[in-house]
Structures are given as C-alpha cells and as structure tokens.
Design a protein around this ligand. Sequence first.
Ligand code: HEC
Ligand code: HEC
Length: 185
Amino acid sequence: MKPIRLLAMLSLSAITVGIVATAMADDDRSYSGSWGTRALPGVAPVDFPLYQDECGSCHMAYQPGLLPAPSWEKLMSGLDDHFGENAELPENERRVLLNYLLNNAAGRSNYRVSNKLMRNIRGTPIRITELPYFVHEHREIPSRLVTGNPKVRSLSYCDSCHTQANMGSYNEHQINIPGYGRYDD
Ligand code: HEC
Ligand code: HEC
C-alpha cells in the first residue's frame, strides 16, 4: 500500500475512534440510542393546569413521561375503578387529558428518566411502580421506610421522598425519606 493512502486511512480511523469514544463517554448521561440527540434530564414537568387539577388531588400529578402511551390509554379507560377509587371524569375532559398524556408519554419525548423507564417493559402495566427500571431502582429500600412509614405510605407517593418530583426531577441527590433523611447507598 502506498504510504500516503495508509496515512489517510490511519487518520480516518483515528477520527472514528474519537467519535466512538465521545459517544461512549456521554452514553447514559446524554444519549439515548434511538433518539441520537441529547436527552434532557428527568422527565418533562407537567405544564397543563387542567391535568394538575384533575389528576393531582389524591397523589402528585404524575408526569406523562412516566408511562408509555398504551399504559395511559389503558389507565384512562378505567377511571371508574382506579385502584379502588372512583376517579371518573366527564367524557370531554377525559379525552382532553388523554390527548395530553399520549402526546407527552414516555417514548414520545426525549428525557433521560422517561427513556430509562421504557426499558424492558412487558405488557401494558398501568403502574409506574411496576416498571422494571423503577423496581430495580427502589428494590433496596427497606419496607419500614415505605409502607411501614406513615409519612410515605407507598412508593406511589413519589414526592414524599423525591423533593423535586413535582418539577420532574428525580435526581438521587434530591432524595429525603421522611424520618430517615438523605439517602446514600
Ligand atoms: C380520588 C383519588 C384519585 C384521583 C382523582 C386520581 N387518582 Fe390516580 N391513584 C389513586 C390511588 C388511591 C392510587 C393508588 C395508590 C397506591 O397504590 O398507593 C392511584 C394510582 C395512580 C397511578 C399509579 C401509581 C403507581 O403506583 O405507579 C397512576 C399512574 C395514576 N394514579 C394516575 C392518575 C391520573 C392520570 C389521574 C387523573 C385522570 C388520577 N390518577 C386521578 C387515586 C386517585
Ligand atoms: C420511599 C421513598 C421513595 C419514593 C416514595 C419514591 N422513590 Fe424514587 N428513589 C428513592 C431512592 C432512595 C432512590 C435511589 C436509589 C439508589 O440510588 O440506590 C430512588 C431512585 C429513583 C429513580 C432513579 C434516579 C435516576 O436518575 O434514574 C427514579 C427515576 C425514581 N426514583 C422515580 C420515582 C418515582 C417516579 C416515584 C413515584 C412513582 C418514586 N421514585 C418514589 C426513593 C423513593
């Protein structure tokens, strides 16, 4: 092979190595494979007052990016028996809220936590707390701090521990479990 060509090939592969290395270094933090663009941190905050009012009275208004679209569709079609509660809405309102949820569901926006929650989902779970990534992240918390803790009650009450949950931020440095304090594992 002529020396010039070899040199050209070498520098080309050096560029390739550089690109791959950059992508890998950024991996989990900024890139999500299929999107190919920078993911934003956390999940998109709720920006719809009607949703905040109607779905934020018994528990925090869960960000749409915490569940994929088929899950929201299923959940919103069974509001008359919503985890043992009646959360029925007038049909026109239900439709408006369902549209909001579907448009902003996990898998339809590029946020880091949403992308992670989408991993390995089987079937159509209607609980965030049953998604594999969620289960994995919370599996080591002793139950006395959760169900045995009157200030938490269940993992469904995200904002009892995640101090910035209402802003869509679930950063591990912003966790404060009532009666326990900052959680460092
Ligand atoms: C009347 C009270 C009430 C209203 C109103 C209500 N919910 Fe709920 N919701 C509950 C209860 C109770 C649970 C179960 C909590 C538990 O298991 O500790 C729940 C659970 C959920 C969960 C699953 C949380 C988990 O465990 O992962 C989602 C998602 C949810 N609600 C969405 C909604 C949406 C969307 C609306 C508005 C259309 C809504 N909720 C309105 C009472 C309510
Ligand atoms: C009892 C307190 C508690 C409740 C309630 C709780 N979490 Fe967590 N969560 C934690 C702790 C502690 C960790 C960190 C685990 C670790 O670092 O080992 C965590 C980790 C996470 C992570 C991983 C952080 C990341 O950047 O990927 C996410 C996402 C998350 N929680 C979302 C939620 C959501 C959504 C809810 C409500 C449906 C919720 N959590 C309810 C305590 C809680």
